[in-house]
Ligand binder design. Sequence first.
Ligand SMILES: Cc1cc2nc3c(=O)[nH]c(=O)nc-3n(C[C@H](O)[C@H](O)[C@H](O)COP(=O)(O)O)c2cc1C
Length: 277
Amino acid sequence: MPIIDLEKCNRCLKCVKDCPASAITIETGEIANTCIHCGHCVAICPEMAVRPDFGNIFLLQPHAVTPKDFRNLASGIRSCRSYLQKDVPDAVMMQLIDNMKHYPSASNARPLQISIVRSKEKVKLLNDLTAETLIRKFSLLCSPWISPFIRIFVPSVNINTIKRYKALFIERKKVNDSQICHHAPAVLLFHGKVSKTGMAEADANIWATYTSIYANTLGLGTCFNGYIVKAMGNNSKLNQQFKVPANHRIYASLLVGYPKVKYRNEASRQSPIVVLL
Ligand SMILES: Cc1cc2nc3c(=O)[nH]c(=O)nc-3n(C[C@H](O)[C@H](O)[C@H](O)COP(=O)(O)O)c2cc1C
């Protein structure tokens, strides 16, 4: 729990009003166990009277990211599927990981762990297991015993599309030994306990998104990888090879490395449809 130093506290009540869990009784300095450890009380206190339960207090640094800067940054971040064969130094990798403490998490539960796959052999293994698992899944769905049931009970699944995917994956497997991981020097796996009630999947996609943006500022390229998520997901037998605990599920995956290609122009894409109410 954070600790309130009542000697330093000037009773401005900023922490009380800003606490999302209404957990602070300033008269006694108590913090109820409904506290979600978000650190708003630490961040808002003008007297630095609230000691965090983890780490020290640092003043926020001013930043100079203008809306135009962010727009330009966002438009320049593209999925990278072509990487230099240059390792991402451990220190840079740890920079990416360390910054995750700043990213949002539902109820501030922070349920995620990260596996960093960064040896050539392990990335290849991840690539091959993913491709093989997907081909097996596609074959099962297209089989004459299963596909009629899918057509009836899950009409949104297009069996012909799955057949095309299966053929494409098999074809690519013959000519491309890294059709999933694109020879990325590192792959981040965002995993957490399997839970029906938590929001680990949302957290994972948010953390991966922020990581992708931060990585870009460090000169790195990234690519989300839904194939790995779909294939490995909760397959504990496969996941154990990547130090993913048996009761965890992979919720997001991000390829990371130094990009081989540079883009000159913006993507010409439509903005989403907007409904004004
Ligand atoms: C959730 C998610 C999953 C994705 N999975 C894959 C993937 O498995 N393989 C891949 O090559 N790209 C994947 N992508 C990248 C998209 O194809 C890409 O974002 C999209 O085509 C737009 O291109 P851009 O990112 O270069 O702007 C994924 C993107 C998202 C957001």
